[in-house]
Write a protein that binds this ligand. Structure first.
Ligand SMILES: CC(=O)[C@@H](O)[C@H](O)COP(=O)(O)O
Ligand SMILES: NCC(=O)COP(=O)(O)O
Length: 247
C-alpha cells in the first residue's frame, strides 16, 4: 500500500505580507498553529539571509508554539548553522540562496561542494536534526547528497510547475519524467524523498501520485488561496487533492 503523503505547509509568505508594512500582523506563527489545526503534518519556514520574510523571532515563536515538526529551510552558511544548532528543529533543509533572486531558482550544487557540505551537515545530524537537501532532479546531485550523509532530499518542482502554468505541456511532461525517475533513483539509494516549490491544486496531482514521495511542502499557493477561502479550507482542499491523487 502507498504510504500516506505528508503535507508540510510553508508559512513564509504570511511574513511577506506582514513585512510589506512592518509591524506584527499577519503573524506567521499564528498561521502555522492554524495550519497544524487544519491538518498540516508539518510546518516549513525559510529564514533567508536577507530576512525578506521569516525573521529570527518567527523561528523562536515557531519552536515554542508548534506541536508538530518544523522543517527549517536555510542556506549553508555559518550564521544559519549556529541558529539551527541553537533551536534544533526536527528537520533542516539546505537550500541554495541568491540575494538577487525572486524565489529559490534551482537545487543545491552538492556535487561540486561535497567535502564542505559533508562537514557542514555533520553537526546538524549530531544535534538530532534530519538533514534534507533541496535539489534538482539530477542523478549526479542526488548521488552526491547520498554520499555526504543527507537522510532526505526535496526535489525542486518549480520547473515542472512553471511549464504547467505557462501551457508548455511537452516541457512539463519532460520535467515530470525527470521527477519520476529521480524519485525512484533516490528511494533506491535509501534517501527519503520530498518534493516542493510552486505546487498548486492544478499541478500537484502527478507529483503526489509518485509512490516514493512521502512529503510535499507547499507555501505560496496555499497562502494566496487562503485570501479567498480562509487558511483552514485552503489546506483542507489541498489535503483532499493529495488524497485523491494518492488513492
Ligand atoms: C526553498 C523553497 O522553495 C521555499 O522556501 C521558497 O523558497 C520560499 O519562498 P521564496 O523563495 O519566495 O523565499
Ligand atoms: N520547499 C518548498 C516550499 O517550502 C514551498 O515552496 P512554495 O510552495 O512556496 O513555492
Amino acid at each position: 500500500m502507498t504510504q500516506k503523503l505528508r503535507l508540510g505547509v510553508n508559512i513564509d509568505h504570511v511574513a511577506t505580507v506582514r513585512n510589506a508594512r512592518g509591524g506584527a500582523v499577519p503573524d506567521p506563527v499564528r498561521a502555522a498553529v492554524m495550519a497544524e489545526e487544519a491538518g498540516a503534518d508539518g510546518i516549513t519556514a525559510h529564514l533567508r539571509e536577507d530576512r525578506r520574510h521569516i525573521s529570527d523571532t518567527d523561528i523562536e515563536g515557531l519552536m515554542d508554539a508548534l506541536k508538530g515538526p518544523l522543517n527549517f529551510e536555510m542556506a549553508a552558511t555559518a550564521e544559519m548553522q549556529a541558529i539551527a544548532l541553537r533551536h534544533k528543529p526536527h528537520a533542516v533543509c539546505i537550500v541554495p540562496e541568491k540575494r538577487e533572486e525572486r524565489t529559490t531558482e534551482g537545487g543545491l550544487e552538492v556535487a561540486r561542494e561535497e567535502n564542505s557540505l559533508a562537514h557542514y551537515i555533520a553537526p546538524l545530524r549530531d544535534a538530532g536534526c534530519r538533514v534534507s537537501i533541496f535539489i534538482a532532479a539530477d542523478q549526479r546531485q542526488i548521488e552526491a547528497a547520498h554520499r555526504i550523509g543527507a537522510e532526505v532530499i526535496e526535489l525542486h518542482t518549480g520547473a515542472y510547475c512553471d511549464a504547467h502554468a505557462e501551457g508548455r505541456f511537452e516541457a512539463r511532461d519532460e520535467e515530470l519524467r525527470k521527477l519520476t525517475d529521480m524519485a525512484a533513483f533516490a528511494d533506491d539509494l535509501g534517501l527519503e524523498v520530498h518534493a516542493g516549490h510552486g505546487l498548486t491544486y492544478d499541478c500537484v496531482g502527478p507529483v503526489a501520485a509518485l509512490p516514493q514521495v512521502i512529503e510535499v511542502n507547499i507555501g505560496h499557493f496555499i497562502i494566496g488561496e487562503a485570501i479567498f477561502r480562509g487558511l483552514g479550507p485552503a489546506i483542507a482542499e489541498m489535503r483532499r487533492v493529495l488524497d485523491e491523487a494518492r488513492a
